[in-house]
Design a protein around this ligand. Structure first.
Ligand code: AGP
Length: 619
């Protein structure tokens, strides 16, 4: 995790660095710091525990002048959040300052070696070895660029690093397993962990590759490989604007992003459905036709979207499994050259998911990244990429990307089924999902119904009922979420969102599983939130009654037409009737709002919940 930013240009760097850090805070907010090469040529560092606001307050009495600088916002991995552990880190003589995102695995060995050579350390971080390594090389007579090369060659682990050296106008940077993007501006050039850091200054970017080394100054940049040989990288234009990544009138990004779902879903689906079938221009017509089975790998909310997607695939007769990426990476399941391993990751930078993707790349399986970020590591490393087009998501709690991931996976399911139908492959369907469901809903290949989903989401986001229920049930001891079919991943997601931003005890269960243990925890002080989709709801109704007979109040979240459920539950969050395959997306929007309002009542740091970060780039 962590966010790094660097700027070399004309005029003072400090304001642009601070703006960059504010926009990267979703990557971590344990501390923030900057190092600027000041007018005298020396390096001035200012860093503070806490959010960027604390750093800005410290800088009020201490103006850092200078056109070249680096900045960092931290999510702690080695050493507690503190001023001392905050980046940038420097060597003993303050000649070199470094910001780093990632983990240096061999830092213990390097630290002992450097200590033996007389270097003194002031932090508990893995990062601090880097400026000392560079300083040692400088002392031995190397120039800054060569010293940077020498130092980074010694590192094992994952990193994106940027460095300033006293007396130098050039910033040096490199990456290995952690994201780093170059921004090419008019008055300055930039480097950052992610585009929002500099998007208000330029939309021209280069997504750097592992082992690229960049030398950046006010006039331009040069990219080389580790041996110093120049490499060519494409300059791309970012399609979303800086305004997309701002809060605007909203008090939280999360609320803004919940409300954006009708628009983001339209973006996901637009141009991808023709004559009632999905058309994914990313894939040539027969490209995925020989896929026999699909293995999804993902973490957190993306894992829940993957579970949802795997259910949709299975309902179309395609063998599909969703696995937690942190498990698959080091304990993979058997695959063949007809297996498609799909990494579902909003950021495209989640280390666990990338580790799974890399494990799959070593196997005969084909790989696909379903991601929101063009140019992300997942998009580049997988054989193919399917972009969910949700637009930037800044709030740490994933919201609109979940809906777009599910929509993209629904499109993928339809695409895969089309190919298999074309091959006339016999599929064992049990039960036949094209039959009418018990509740009267009809399922099958109605992919064009995806096009109506944004309007239905619009109805949910403008419904104030979740806010009322968040207040009504604010005193509960625990919140249990139950669901079946696609309602099960939605129940897990509802619980994740609730615990993540309210800090209350919340768990998700498969509805039928409640009676196999969790029911022992159900009391009148436990709120049970039941997700209904219009498919097998009569079974969930039994589970609702099981909870109610133990005194628990039950909130149902389901279609408008589910009369019996509505009459049974204590409260009901309704959404328009849609195909049961898509109903989970609507239920989930209600659950996002429930969590949001519950967190608001408790005055939580909704966009930056404690101990978490948006992009988890460490395993
Ligand atoms: C959920 O609100 C979290 N932000 C988290 O679970 C997240 O979904 C997970 O870390 C995976 O992130 P990714 O989609 O960027 O891979």
């Amino acid at each position: 995790m962590c966010g790094i930013v660097a700027r070399a240009g004309f005029g003072d760097a400090i304001d642009e660095l601070l703006a960059g850090l504010q926009n990267l805070e979703y990557r971590g907010y344990d501390s923030a710091g900057v190092a600027v090469r000041d007018e005298s040529g020396g390096i001035s560092v200012c860093k503070r525990e806490g959010e960027t606001d604390a750093l800005e307050a410290a800088l009020e009495d201490r103006r850092l002048g200078g056109a070249v600088g680096i900045g960092h916002t931290r999510w702690s991995t080695h050493g507690a959040p503190s001023d001392a552990n905050a980046h940038p880190h420097t060597d003993d003589t303050n000649r070199v300052a470094i910001v780093h995102n990632g983990i240096i695995r061999n830092h213990d060995a390097l630290r002992s070696e450097l200590r033996d050579a007389g270097h003194e350390f002031t932090s508990e971080t893995d990062t601090e070895v880097i400026p000392h390594l560079v300083a040692a090389a400088l002392e031995d007579g190397a120039g800054p660029e060569a010293a940077f090369h020498e130092a980074t060659e010694r590192l094992a682990g994952s990193y994106a690093i940027a460095m300033v050296v006293d007396g130098e106008d050039t910033i040096y940077a490199t990456r290995n397993g952690s994201p780093l993007v170059l921004g090419i501006g008019e008055n300055a050039n930039y480097l950052a962990s992610d585009v929002p850091a500099f998007l208000e200054f330029t939309d021209r970017v280069v997504y750097l590759e592992d082992d690229d080394v960049v030398a950046l100054d006010a006039d331009g940049y040069q990219i080389t490989d580790q041996d110093g040989t120049p490499v060519d990288r494409t300059v791309e234009t970012v399609e979303w604007s800086a305004g997309d990544a701002r809060k605007g009138v909203y008090s939280h990004f999360m609320r803004k992003e919940i409300d954006e779902q009708p628009v983001s879903l339209r973006q996901t689906v637009d141009g991808r459905i023709e004559d009632g079938r999905s058309v994914l221009e990313e894939f040539p017509p027969e490209y995925l036709d020989d896929v026999s089975d699909v293995v999804f790998v993902a973490c957190g909310t993306s894992y829940h979207a993957a579970m949802y997607g795997s259910t949709l695939l299975r309902r179309r007769g395609i063998q599909a499994t969703a696995l937690r990426a942190n498990e698959f990476a080091h304990d993979p399941m058997p695959v063949t050259d007809r297996t498609l391993v799909v990494a579902v990751t909003q950021s495209g930078e989640t280390a666990d998911t990338l580790a799974s993707l890399r494990a799959a790349k070593e196997s005969p399986a084909r790989t696909l990244a379903v991601t929101n970020v063009v140019g992300s590591s997942a998009a580049r490393e997988a054989d193919d990429a399917l972009f969910i087009r949700a637009g930037p998501e800044i709030g740490v709690a994933a919201t609109k990307t979940f809906s777009s991931q599910v929509a993209a996976l629904a499109l993928l399911a339809d695409h895969l089924e089309t190919g298999r139908t074309a091959q006339s492959e016999d599929r064992e369907m049990w039960p036949d999902t094209t039959e009418a469901t018990a509740d009267g809903g009809v399922e099958g290949t109605q992919i064009d119904e995806l096009g109506t989903l944004p309007d239905a989401v619009e109805t949910v986001v403008s419904d104030g009922s979740a806010a009322r229920l968040a207040t009504q049930y604010a005193e509960a001891e625990s919140y249990f979420f139950i669901g079946r079919g696609v309602g099960y991943p939605v129940a897990l997601e509802g619980a994740l969102k609730f615990k993540e931003i309210t800090y209350e005890h919340a768990e998700g269960f498969a509805a039928g599983e409640l009676k196999h243990g969790p029911l022992a925890l159900v009391t009148p002080a436990t709120v049970v939130v039941a997700v209904l989709t219009g498919r097998n709801d009569e079974r969930t109704l039994h589970n609702i009654r099981e909870a109610q007979s133990r005194g628990a109040p039950v909130i149902g979240v389901g279609p408008a037409s589910a009369t019996e459920v509505r009459q049974t539950v204590d409260d009901y969050l309704e959404f328009p009737d849609v195909n049961p395959n898509l109903a989970g997306v609507l239920a989930n929007v209600h659950l996002q709002l429930l969590a949001y309002h519950a967190a608001e009542i408790r005055d939580r740091a909704i966009d930056k919940p404690r101990n978490l970060a948006k992009s988890v780039t460490v395993e």
